[in-house]
Design a protein around this ligand. Structure first.
Ligand code: SAH
Length: 223
């Protein structure tokens, strides 16, 4: 299906106007507290429909989480946007993501930084995500299958780290892979309830944590 309603119009051919459902989502995110224009721009650029299963296509731009197989979920766009905003990402930065899942969050990050490193424990999900990155012509994501709870020592340190699965405590191993001045966001808590998003900042003096707001993520499974 041609997505450009002005398909025949050569003027600005590379600038396809966003679909109404994308505009609606962006407006909702703005209303709910996403004010960073770069983050909203990145969300606008990533076709979420490519990262959800065919049976959920008509809900791809609803502000809800959706199943992606293997009992995992693609996060709610609001949470993707808020967590990304919290990271204050600069365009020269290297960002580590734990929990590639559908690849949607990584794709959003890829528009904001120099390189995204992403780790997923389900090889099958990772394969599908990598297929999407290729199809979308995204070339600054390096991904691997494995246990992300130990980070990616060979590629460390990172300017930013985002964990998209809930850890029972702030993961020290990951905090240690931040540069000085680096920021990590991580959901902390038990499966299904009492989870809160925590922002971790690393300085010369050590690690500082700040609890932000309640969230709900699938668990980070170590090993
Ligand atoms: N960021 C994803 C959402 C992922 S859901 C997206 O945008 O779609 C959380 C993901 O974390 C799941 O795919 C799960 O398999 C993965 N995960 C859980 N524990 C992990 C671990 N220790 N290492 C790597 N990935 C893990």
């Amino acid at each position: 299906m041609a997505r450009n309603p002005n398909g025949g119009n050569k003027r600005g051919a590379n600038k396809v106007p966003p679909e109404p459902r994308v505009i609606r989502l962006i407006m909702e995110l703005r209303r709910l507290g996403v004010h960073d224009q770069r983050v909203l721009g990145a969300i606008e650029k990533v076709p979420r429909e490519n990262y959800v299963a065919p049976q959920f296509q008509d809900r791809a731009y609803d502000n809800i989480p959706l199943p992606i197989g293997m009992g995992q979920t693609i996060s709610q766009p609001l949470i993707v946007a808020l967590m990304t905003q919290e990271l204050e990402i600069g365009d020269r930065m290297r960002v580590l993501e734990i929990g590639t899942g559908s690849g949607y969050q990584a794709a959003v990050l890829s528009h904001l930084c120099r390189r995204v490193y992403s780790i997923e424990r389900h090889a099958q999900l990772l394969q599908e995500a990598e297929r999407c990155f290729k199809e979308m012509d995204i070339h600054n994501i390096t991904s691997m299958a494995g246990d992300g709870s130990k980070g990616w020592p060979q590629q460390a340190p990172f300017d930013r780290i985002i964990v998209t699965a809930a850890s029972t405590k702030v993961p020290d191993a990951l905090a240690e892979q931040l540069v000085e001045g680096g920021i990590m966001v991580v959901p902390v808590g038990r499966k299904g309830f009492d989870q809160e998003l925590v922002r971790v900042t690393r300085s010369a003096d050590g690690i500082e944590t700040k609890t932000l707001y309640p969230v709900r993520f699938v668990p980070l499974i170590a090993g």
